[in-house]
Design a protein around this ligand. Sequence first.
Ligand code: HEC
Length: 194
Amino acid sequence: MNDDNKTTPSDPLLLNHEYDGIRELDYPLPGWWLTTFFITIIFGIIYWIHYDLSGAGPTLSQELEKDMAQIESLRNKAAADAPQVTEEALAALVQNSDAVTKGQAEYMAKCAACHGNAGEGLIGPNLTDKYWKNTDGTLVGMHKIVVHGVVEKGMPAWKGLIPDNLIKNVAAYIHSLQGSNPPNAKGAEGTLYE
Ligand code: HEC
C-alpha cells in the first residue's frame, strides 16, 4: 500500500480517505443522465398536482365518457342522415315497374312459402285484402313489419336477410297486390283499413 495516496491523492477524482485499503473515486453521474432524472421528477410533481391534487385533469373514466359521448353523437348523426322511409318514397316505388318486378322475385323466393304465390295467404295472412293484423295498411307500416317481423307469431324479421333497398321493393310489390282477389284467398284477419 502506498501511504502517499492516503493524504494527497494524485488523481483529482480520488477522494481523500481510505477504508482498509479501499479508496473512493468521486465519479459524478453523466450530465445527460442527471438531466433526464430531474426532468422525470419535475414531470412527476406536475402530473401529481394536475391529476391528483387539483383534480383538474380528466380521469380515465371521464376520458372514456367523453369518447363514448362522441361515438353516440356520431351514431345519432348517421341515423339522422340515413334516408328516411317515407310513404311518398315507397309510393314512388309502386309506380316503378322495375322495382315492383324485383320485389316480386324476392317475394317469390322468400315470402310465397308462407303467404302464397299470389299473396292469398297460407301460414301467414292474406296480403291482398284490406285487413291487417300488425299494421295499418300504409306502405310505411308494411315496410316496418317486413323489416322487424312478428317473430313470436312466425313472421321472420327480414332486416339483414334482404338488402334494405330490396325490402322497399318487396313492400311496394305487396302493396301492388291490394284488391287483386286471388283464388283460394285466406279469410280476413285483423282490422279493416280503408
Ligand atoms: C315462415 C313463414 C313466413 C314467411 C317466410 C314470411 N312471413 Fe309474413 N307473416 C307470417 C305470419 C305467420 C304472419 C302473421 C303474424 C301474426 O299472426 O301476427 C305474417 C305477417 C306478415 C305481414 C303482416 C300481415 C298483417 O295482417 O298485418 C306482412 C306484411 C308480411 N307478413 C309480409 C311478408 C313478406 C314481405 C315476407 C317475405 C320477405 C314474409 N312475410 C315472409 C309468416 C311468414
